[in-house]
Design a protein around this ligand. Sequence first.
Ligand code: SF4
Length: 465
Amino acid sequence: MGQTLFDKIWAQHSVKELGDVSLLAIDRILLHERTGGVALRSLRDSGRSVRGVERVFGIMDHVVDTFPGRTDKTVMPTGADFIRTFREECARNGITLFDIGDPRQGIVHVVSPEQGIVQPGVTLIAPDSHTCTQGAIGAMAWGVGSSEAEHALATGVLRVAKPANMRIRVTGALGLGVTVKDLALHILAELSAGGGKGCAIEYCGEAIEALEIEARMTLCNMAAELSAFNAMIAPDDKTIAYLKGRPFAPQGALWDQAEAYWRTLKSDDDAIFDRDVTIDASAVAPMVTWGASPQQASPLNARVPAYEEVAARESRESYQRGLDYMALESGAPLEGIKIDAAFIGSCTNSRISDLRAAAAVLKGRKVAAGVKAICVPGSSQVKLQAEAEGIDKVFADAGFEWRESGCSMCFFAGGESFAPKARVVSSTNRNFENRQGPGTRTHLASPAVVAASAIAGALADPRKL
Ligand code: SF4
């Protein structure tokens, strides 16, 4: 019987089978300042050291300030302590650190592909649930707890229970003005937030092959919202072209060897998947969420659904709770709901292609009066590239704040937040209660929808501008 892509990488990394779990070799460990310093200090306190330091990377992103001219100071009172501890521990262990002020700094899941750290066929972990983003490169990447990261730092291996294989085949093509974020929200609305639970997802099909690498990252990113173990897309010519010449990608003869190996990484034709789902890309419309879970999403030109329309995937209680939190009523048109704020950022949608898409909508237009609009590029490289293209000016002229890179208002653990109960249209991945500040009401959407809504002062379809 054939093997899936996931099975192949799993088998190649299995050091020992231990009954229900396997001991897997871990090729890359990414740490950030929120938990990385604590994990490294705990390792030191237990008398252990980092094994194979060259496979470990430190990145400042979670609590760093994103205001222009930032220092180590953060809005979060203890943020500077996290930053200092992490910096000290990375230096003590000899870990490569992308620090504040380093042009390679940024959100961990943006920086790793950008630098060529993640590569097809590697196992990669980070103490962050959106590590699955990096499966877009054909890697087996998943989020772990900080104690698991600590274990892998000390030993180079991790005990992992094997998830089931799930295939999501996306047929056809996305319509004009429909983006991969819309596809991700469409899949969530179809399958529910538990739709990938216990599964390693492989995305495939002609609509996936047509996606550029950054768009694939957006899709794999939101597998965390499906509760999946991770998500992957088999590497192809686009993946290989994307990685070529990146700082940590193999060079010379090693590149040739790596490329030959990467081209073998795909599921066999006769591989059996435990779950198989087909999605029609042509049925996807620009989407927006109306509740407090990413599965509570509908086409932007629709109305807030009645309970009966979503009963297959919702309890009445969670449906009503979502509506109450968002201060919306069943049957209300989604387009035209007034907003207080707009946010473009996060590891979901803050790459250069996202900023270009938003800038195309914003160019020559102004953010509506009273709307607080913020753009936080996903990395310092993205910021520099955008500035070289004049995109920063487009954002600033429209009335957006143009910030330094970091997680920022994706969640407000760093202390930055929108006003209490502000209604925010956001390119992020989670619309949970209080995610972007106390009582904030988040509507997830694509960068183009965020930009169009910022201009209209209400949820708006960019195709109509
Ligand atoms: S941007 Fe948000 S989801 Fe992404 S790594 Fe940072 S906190 Fe996590």
